[in-house]
Design a protein around this ligand. Structure first.
Ligand SMILES: Nc1ncnc2c1ncn2[C@@H]1O[C@H](COP(=O)(O)OP(=O)(O)OP(=O)(O)O)[C@@H](O)[C@H]1O
Ligand SMILES: [Mg+2]
Length: 333
């Protein structure tokens, strides 16, 4: 027969530490568990990933239910100790999503690729480095105020559907405006590469880059010399001409170009394709840069109700899965 302490330990072990997305049992986080029968008090020492009220309150509530309601003790005292299970990332593949021109679908592509890679079983992190147009929190449905940090100035990515996300938008409180003097992208990338506590098991880190060419490539080179780039364009020449420049800038710095994604390639209705934004912009970029077109994404809205991310079952979702597999293969080569 297990004794009371064992039963209690087993029940408490099932509580999830939301900062680690793992149970206390899995991480061996219950460092001490004791019962004072005289005062009917249970005392615990719990190790957590992040010692912040938004996480610890949830654990306390769940533990109180078990200790007081299920086991009938009068009170519960919990001490929390922070032990981040994270360290800076090292073994990850970095993919920069660049376009040259704005509004061609970089952020949509980044988010959809993150979901596609995740559904293939990869652990994915996403950096929204678009300083002035940061909108990945909206696409992911993330409230940036939830971002946590440590006393020594490190930040934790926000988790959504298993994907870790950081965004320039999280760092944009008006009272921090001063720290943004100077080249913004350099500073943002420094924080996201050097001061962010990513899951060390990250397989892929996707970067949604701001529009632009030369500087963007240079910054990526500084922080992720081994990054490979995906170039996004629409079929229209106004986008493809700038995408070619972005590609040349990357190439000059010795960056690998994974390929071109032609977004908003056509609109299909009743089996007929309408080339609303023109044709072959993706091909033009591919030929000029000597790289493959790795995907053509039609104009379409997700059926799932999500405003940018397609389900695996939708046509665009399947296209993104195919692109994700291609990206994985190109790193395995
Ligand atoms: N294949 C598509 N079909 C329909 N709408 C799309 C498609 N791709 C993107 N969009 C829409 O086009 C708009 C611009 O897309 P997105 O924000 O991804 O572009 P971006 O390149 O990141 O833009 P920015 O340069 O402003 O950051 C969004 O409203 C998005 O929902
Ligand atoms: Mg964008």
């Amino acid at each position: 027969m297990p004794d009371t302490l064992e039963l209690l330990n087993a029940a408490l072990g099932g509580i999830i530490d939301p900062s680690r997305e793992k149970t206390l049992g899995e991480t061996g986080a219950i460092r001490h568990l004791g019962i004072d029968p005289e005062t009917s008090t249970v005392k615990m020492l719990i190790e957590v990933g992040v010692k912040a009220p938004e996480f610890t309150q949830k654990i306390t509530r769940a533990a109180a239910k078990i200790v007081k309601l299920d086991h009938g003790y009068k009170s519960l005292v919990i001490e929390y100790e922070e032990k981040p299970s994270y360290r800076p990332i090292t073994n990850r593949h970095v993919v920069g999503i660049a376009s040259g021109k704005g509004g061609v679908g970089k952020s949509s592509v980044t988010a959809n690729l993150a979901y596609a890679l995740t559904s293939i079983g990869k652990k994915v992190g996403v950096i929204d480095a678009d300083v002035y147009g940061a909108n990945l929190p909206i696409i992911f449905g993330i409230d940036g105020t939830a971002i946590g940090g440590t006393e020594d100035g490190k930040i934790y990515p926000v988790k959504k559907d298993g994907i870790e996300v950081v965004s320039a938008a999280f760092l944009m409180e008006p009272d921090k405006a001063l720290m943004w003097r100077g080249p913004m992208l350099t500073k943002i990338l420094k924080i996201f590469f050097e001061d962010t506590l990513w899951d060390p098991k990250l397989d892929y880190l996707l970067i949604d880059l701001p529009p632009g060419t030369g500087d963007v490539a240079m910054d990526i080179k500084t922080f992720a010399p081994d990054a490979k780039m995906v170039i996004v364009t629409t079929p229209h020449e106004s986008a493809s001409a700038v995408a070619i420049k972005a590609g040349y800038a990357a190439r000059q710095l010795g960056q690998d170009l994974l390929g071109v994604i032609e977004n908003m390639a056509y609109y299909e209705t009743a089996g007929t394709r309408h080339y609303i934004f023109g044709k072959d912009g993706g091909k033009a970029v591919a030929i000029k840069l000597g790289i493959p077109v790795i995907g053509e994404i039609p104009i379409s809205q997700p059926q799932s109700g999500h405003h940018s991310v397609f389900a695996d079952t939708e046509e665009n979702g399947l296209i993104y899965l195919a692109i994700a597999r291609r990206i994985i293969r190109s790193f395995d080569l």
